[in-house]
Structures are given as C-alpha cells and as structure tokens.
Design a protein. Sequence first.
Length: 429
Amino acid sequence: MPGIVVMGAQWGDEGKGKATDQLGDRLDYCVRYSGGNNAGHTVVVNGEKHAMHLLPSAVLNANLVPVLGNGVVIDLDVLFGEIETLRERGGPDVEQTMKISTNAHIITTYHQTIDKVTERFLGKNKIGTTGRGVGPTYSDKVNRIGIRIQDLLDEPILRAKVEAALEQKNQLLVKVYNRRALDPDQVADHLLSYAERVTPLMADVPRLLNTALDQGKVVLFEGAQAHHLDVDHGTYPYVTSSNPTAAGAGVGAGVGPTRIDRVIGIAKAYTTRVGEGPMPTELLDDDGEKIRTDGAEFGTTTGRPRRCGWFDALVVEAAATVNGFTDLFLTKLDTLTGWEKLPVCVAYDVDGERTDVMPSTQTEFHHAVPVYEELDGWTEDITGCRSLEDLPKAARLYVERLEELCRVRVSGIGVGQGREQVIMINDLL
Ligand code: GDP
Ligand code: IMO
Ligand code: MG
C-alpha cells in the first residue's frame, strides 16, 4: 500500500493544499516533511476557507493522523494558534491526534529577527523571504546549534543551548545589525511554556511511519514550497532553505526511497512566483495583472501580490524529471477562461541559442527568453466541469499539450477553489 508524495512543480502556491485534501478521507497519515510556516496551504470546503501554515492540509479529516516530520521547522506560537483556530471553527481537535518528530527544529524569536534584519541588510540583493525565521533556523540546524523539539524535555539542556546560540547571535545583532541583544532567559522561558503541551505529541516518527507502511496504511507526504524553491535543485540563491523535492520526503520524515510509490506533482495551468528570483515567463503588463486578478494571486502567508505569467513547460518538465513524477495535478485551469490565445513556453532563447530544457546554470537561466507556442483559448465557464468530456475542446487540447511537453500524465485538473471542483482522470491512490 502506498506512500505518496504530493509536491509543488513550480515556485509554490500551486494548490498543494487542495490536492492533498482531495485524498483526505482515504489517508491514514498526512505528513509535512519540509519547510515551516513560510507555507500557506488553502483548502476550501463548503465555501469555507482554511489556510494551513504548519498543519498538514488533510487535517480537516478527523480520521487521519497529522504528522510533522524531522525536516519541518516549527514555530510553536503558530502551531498552537492553528490548532486553536481549527478547534474554534468546529474542526478536529488535532492536539489529540497529532505527532511531532522529536528531531524537528524549533523556530525561535531570534530566528525571526535575524531573517528580517538580514533581508534589510541585503537591500536590492534580498531574497524576498516570508520573514518567518525559516532560513536562519535551517542554518542553525546545519551549523549544529539548533534547538530541537526534544530539547523541551530537558530544561537545563534547552537553556544551555539557547544561551550558546545567543552568545553568537547577540554579537551579530548588536555589532553588525545595530539591534538590541535578546535575553536568553526570556527566549527559553517562552519555549518552555509549551513543554507540557508538546510532550504528549512527541514521537519517533520514522518508526511510526515505517510500521504504518508495513501494515498497509496509506501515508501521504505533503510537500511545502516547490521544486524550484529547493535549496539544491531550485533557482539558488532565490530559494527556501530546505528540500521540498520528493527525495526530501525520505530525509524529512524518515522513510527510505523504496517506500514511495507515487509522486504527484502539482502545477498551476500558468506560472506564479512570490519573492525575488528569475521567472522567464513573467508578465509585467496588463496581461499579468489580468491573471493576478482572475486567479486572486496574492500570497496566502504574506499577502504579497504574486508575480504571474504564462505556463512554462521547461520549468515543470525539469521538476517532473528530477522528482520522478508519476502524475501531474493541474490546478486553476478555470482561471485561464476568457483568453483568445494562450501562449505556452516550449523553449528558451539563451543568448541566441535555443534550448528545449531548463539550463543548469544560473547565468543561462537569467538570460533565458521564452519561446512561445500559441494555443487556442476558450470562453465557456468550466467551473462546473467534472469530466474531461465536459471541458470545451480547446481546454482539453491545452491540457493534452501540457501533458506532452512536461512528459507526465495529467491525472487531475482543478476547475475552482472548492473541494468538489475537480476533474479526476486517474485515481491518485
Ligand atoms: P499551496 O501553497 O500550493 O497549497 O497553494 P495556495 O493555497 O497558497 O494557493 C493556491 C490558491 O489557489 C488557493 O487560494 C486555492 O484555494 C486556489 N486553488 C487551488 N486549486 C484551484 C483551482 O483549481 N481553481 C481555482 N480557481 N483556485 C484554486
Ligand atoms: P507554499 O508551501 C511560495 C518563497 C519566498 C521567498 C523564498 C524564501 O505555500 O507553496 P523563506 O521564507 O522560505 O526563506 O523564503 O521562498 N516561499 C514561497 N513561495 N509559496 C511558498 O510556500 C513559499 N515558501 C517560501 O517568497 O521567495
Ligand atoms: Mg501557498
């Protein structure tokens, strides 16, 4: 029985939340394996909108176990705030079911501060982070000075670690960034205030998930961010600081590659990006504005307007190749209704040379000028379509061409925000 990865094929916000929620009532476990509350995953049920930042997106289904793997970085204020909000809205009481890896790292106030001041310091070279402290927390993890969930079990250890970390950081804050030093006791007290609530949720997540898979349970590994924001495979340095790629699910949750049966890439029927970094098909004109308006393209986490442009097949094909997509779930096809022609990027011109695949160096990608193929648009409202046959012919041909260019079958199509607004072509389980 399957271990399934759901991940973003572009630069995030493809609709991973909605795709994950589709499978909700058939899952035994829904596991976040990377990122933190830089993510914003939207699920719309019966017209009610839920935005998940740390909780796995299928959490509205009370029968599954939500899990945060070791690869996730956790802001405890945000986590318990989300649990509370869900409870207040009549959702499942996740605190009774959720499991958190003892090895997951904690985002502290100093990580948030350093994230923000670093961006300010970088000026025009900034990354455009979400400012949630995610990058600095992963830096500390790799530098071996991070604070982990299990440290909440041992107060003297936690205090010593916070003090050691702040000894360095306060120098940086005061001497380089001209900010006030942070008090280690205050930071530690705040983290320890959660110890009692976190302790019952802590688990040996790798053992839990491997046992579940042995028993034939269905485990969905939900990616945050996306392939092109991956610190190894993305458009570095304009990336996040973790591995949202499919292989990251193994590292970030503690299962081997043989455990993954399906890798479902989520792609929007066009392209968006938040923050800085190259995006060849970006439209800086009225067309880009129209896509932004029609698709309500504003960040779920920061509210920033998303940069919008035509579908870039090279971007999605690269993600499909590196992650071994078995399926593509194409979202927001409905947003493209009403265009006479729909350009799709099928190649780049890089300094006078045509390439059909994404270049592997930053300089080439920064120079990439899209080569477009124009497909016919459609005007019919497709939000009520529930099968391929319901779609206007031009919309069907659009999907087929994308499938061909990305070299992966399209198994699902989103035609609206709602849970039911979907065309399922191949079962995702
Ligand atoms: P995620 O981060 O990948 O989960 O995506 P976000 O939730 O940040 O952004 C995707 C947005 O598109 C959300 O507002 C979703 O409700 C919405 N959405 C997802 N699929 C569809 C779709 O097929 N059609 C439309 N119109 N909206 C969709
Ligand atoms: P979901 O899971 C879109 C972007 C930020 C910035 C870069 C680094 O909702 O798809 P970070 O705060 O992670 O250090 O910022 O990554 N970014 C996202 N863009 N969707 C996301 O998550 C993102 N998470 C981070 O805008 O460019
Ligand atoms: Mg999002």
